[in-house]
Design a protein around this ligand. Structure first.
Ligand code: UDP
Length: 312
């Protein structure tokens, strides 16, 4: 197993929402973790409790520049990137660089060290999908020059680069396509639907639904995602794997559920839909079920209750 006791795992973006959950899980499993992060969207708060662990090391660095690690490395997990639509609109060039140059550097590190490599890819590679639900064999419907293109195309390039390192250099690479994920440690001003709705509901402020709220998403709790990622890392699969929760709902349903669970007096307001906002999204997780024996275990109500508690 790649994640056995004492193996050294480098996590780029380890101070981010998902990265920090991974750091924590791997430290609990007895791994030594090197977190590389420039804190552009990650935060010290996410990793403060890990800093006193002797198996945890923080390198404050932009991974779009050469990544130097002295020690032997068993796995490189490349999670560095702005990931919320608001963030990649604020940092379009950094998003393109970390997906392209950053992926190249992280792959180069894995190759030099003879380490496994795992790329955090995204359901955004499917763009505004024309097939539903989305299976890994679907090639996607992406606008390369729209505002979201900086993230979508960077991740598509990252996937191509990852498979090239696998084919040409024989690096043992994995690609996880992460669908909408939520949980503790999302930033209040992250801009994504769940943190926005919870923060608004807890302050009895209007809930900002974009468009008419009929667009759909499928929301996966962070612990479920981390479990799927670790199973993928320990598998023989080199093809991309969707990890997400197949329970689909409209954004209006989500807004009403959050109002109910918080006991909020918030009303709902309808704001303009962002450009290229996908109309529907649901992962086909048959590959993860078959090869990783994985499926989500946390229901939306339970996951939202825990997340609301954390936001309070
Ligand atoms: N959304 C919304 N209100 C908000 C934030 C987001 O209605 O305050 C919508 C957004 O337009 C999209 C969906 O929620 O249709 C999910 O958006 P998010 O930013 O969470 O992630 P995405 O799936 O678009 O990457």
């Amino acid at each position: 197993m790649a994640t056995k006791k004492n193996s050294r795992v480098v996590i780029t973006g380890g101070a981010g929402f998902i990265g920090s959950h991974l750091c924590e899980r791997l430290l609990t499993a007895g791994c030594r973790v090197t977190c590389v992060d420039n804190l552009i969207t990650g935060s010290m708060e996410n990793i403060r409790s890990l800093l006193k662990n002797k198996n945890f090391q923080l390198k404050m660095q932009d991974v779009s520049r050469f990544i130097q690690v002295e020690e032997p490395v068993d796995c490189v997990l490349h999670f560095a990137s702005p990931a919320s639509p608001v963030d990649y609109l604020d940092f379009p060039i950094q998003t393109l660089k970390v997906g392209s140059l950053g992926t190249h550097n992280a792959l180069g590190l894995a190759k030099t060290k003879g380490a496994k490599f795992l790329l955090a890819s995204t359901s955004e590679v499917y763009g505004d999908p024309l097939t539903h639900p989305q299976h890994e064999d679907y090639w996607g419907n992406v606008n390369p020059i729209g505002p979201r293109g900086v993230y979508d195309e960077a991740k598509r390039f990252a996937e191509a680069m990852t498979l090239a390192y696998h084919r040409v250099h024989g690096v043992d690479t994995k690609i996880v396509r992460i669908f909408n994920t939520y949980g503790p440690r999302m930033r209040r001003r992250d801009g994504r639907a769940i943190p926005n709705f919870i923060a608004q509901a807890l302050h009895n402020l209007p809930i900002t639904v974009y468009g008419d709220g009929s667009q759909t998403r499928s929301f996966c709790y962070a612990d479920d995602l981390v479990e799927g990622i670790l199973r993928l890392l320990d598998s023989d699969l080199n093809v991309p794997v969707n990890i997400g929760n197949p329970k689909e709902m409209t954004l209006l349903e989500l807004a009403n559920l959050i109002i109910e669970l918080t006991g909020s007096k918030s009303t709902i307001v309808f704001n303009p839909l962002p450009v290229d906002d996908p109309k529907q999204r649901r992962p086909d997780i048959s590959r993860a079920r078959k090869y990783l024996d994985w499926e989500p275990a946390v229901g939306l109500r339970d996951g939202l209750r825990k997340t609301i508690e954390w936001f309070r």
